[in-house]
Ligand binder design. Structure first.
Ligand code: ADP
Ligand code: MG
Length: 353
């Protein structure tokens, strides 16, 4: 008859909250490396080197030649919600940087062992910085380095036991996902050289990706995928109104990749790699009309006004809300129907029955 006592509401320990939230920003290997690569791009780097040890299981490192971090930012560098990119809400509508929430470095600190080496053009020597799990700077020493930044992450998920086990068990799959993600950045970033290496066993180092930093999407496609694949693609340019333009490349009807769904499909919004499931579904559906045996390769960049899209939807910023999704999808459908129409003379030769 007596109801149980109502439990007291208490705040969760700060460190625990931090770790829980960090696990949402950094879900896996590729989301961790993605954050570092985006920081390098935001810093204006023209060369980004990603080094992995044991496919990223032991450690990974992103080395850039960007602007570096100035010494008066060292103390706050890895503190949660500390950023040089956004200070007020209205800024969010005009942002052109990948980052803006100041969560990546603090999250990585919470989940791994993080060190940073950095130097700006105003310093003659670089500084090596060590941070603890709460993002506090614990050690600082001088070192030699060119202008730019190196972030090293050791033992990702070391303090999330279940995730850590999952991570080790799925490391090859995670690695595959990471390479595909790096391809996306290498395709879309103009004038940025990417190198990715993986070191296994006793210092057997292999280069898994290497690009020249060309200035066009076309040239980037050729370096990342090769000439043979490029020759199977057709440029797309859809422009219905100022509110949305689509640029990119799609498989010609007879020359899909014939692989699994979603393989080699890269979508971007204003040069930001994102997931666009509805777009992907539409592309696959319309392609089916022209080629029912294969899936198309798709590399498509949606250019929309920054105020007309919101990437601040999920912690990993892979999801996007468009203020006018209906008309974007409609324009895309019309554009693709034209390209894949059975009457499109240029394709009649390649058509697969
Ligand atoms: P955000 O990118 O949202 O600002 P991060 O936690 O990723 O948050 O980074 C925090 C800050 O650290 C950035 O705002 C930037 O000033 C600095 N920073 C991080 N990585 C680099 C880098 N590679 N080069 C220069 N500055 C960096
Ligand atoms: Mg960032």
């Amino acid at each position: 008859e007596t109801p149980t006592n109502s439990p007291t509401i208490r705040p969760i320990n700060k460190g625990v909250v931090h770790r829980i939230c960090a696990g949402q920003v950094i879900k896996d290997l590729s989301s961790a490396v993605k954050e570092l690569v985006e920081n390098s791009l935001d810093a204006g780097a023209t060369s980004i080197e990603i080094a992995l040890k044991e496919y990223g299981e032991e450690w990974f490192q992103v080395v850039d030649n960007g602007c570096g971090i100035s010494p008066n930012n060292f103390k706050v560098l890895a503190l949660k919600h500390h950023t040089s990119k956004l200070s007020d809400f209205p800024d969010l509508q005009s942002l052109t940087t990948f980052g803006f929430r100041g969560e990546a470095l603090s999250s990585l600190c919470a989940l791994a062992n993080l060190t940073v080496e950095t130097r700006t053009k105003n310093e003659s020597v670089a500084t090596h910085l060590t941070f603890d799990h709460s993002g506090l700077l614990t050690a600082e020493k001088k070192t030699a380095r060119q202008v730019g930044t190196t972030v090293t992450v050791k033992k990702l998920f070391c303090n999330l036991p279940v995730r850590s086990k999952e991570f080790s068990r799925n490391i090859r799959k995670e690695y595959g996902k990471l390479i595909s993600l790096l391809n996306a950045y290498a395709l879309i970033a103009k004038g940025v050289r990417f190198v990715c290496t993986n070191t296994t066993g006793k210092n057997v180092k292999s280069v898994v990706l290497k690009t020249q930093g060309s200035s066009s999407l076309k040239d980037n496609i050729i370096t990342v995928f090769g000439m043979n694949i490029y020759n199977c693609l057709e440029p797309v340019a859809i422009c219905k109104s100022d509110s949305c333009k689509v640029e990119g490349f799609l498989s010609k009807p007879g020359q899909g990749s014939g692989r699994n769904l979603g393989d080699r499909q890269y979508f971007f919004v204003n040069d930001r790699p994102v997931d666009l499931p509805k777009v992907s579904k539409l592309v696959n559906e319309l392609y089916k009309g022209a080629n029912s045996r294969q899936y198309p390769i798709a590399i498509m960049n949606f250019i929309v006004p920054t105020r007309a899209c919101d990437v601040n939807v999920t912690p990993d910023k892979r999801k996007v809300f468009f203020s006018d999704e209906c008309s974007i999808l409609h324009a895309l459908r019309e554009g693709l129907q034209e390209i894949y129409s059975p009457n499109n003379a240029s394709y009649s030769v390649n058509k697969v029955e």
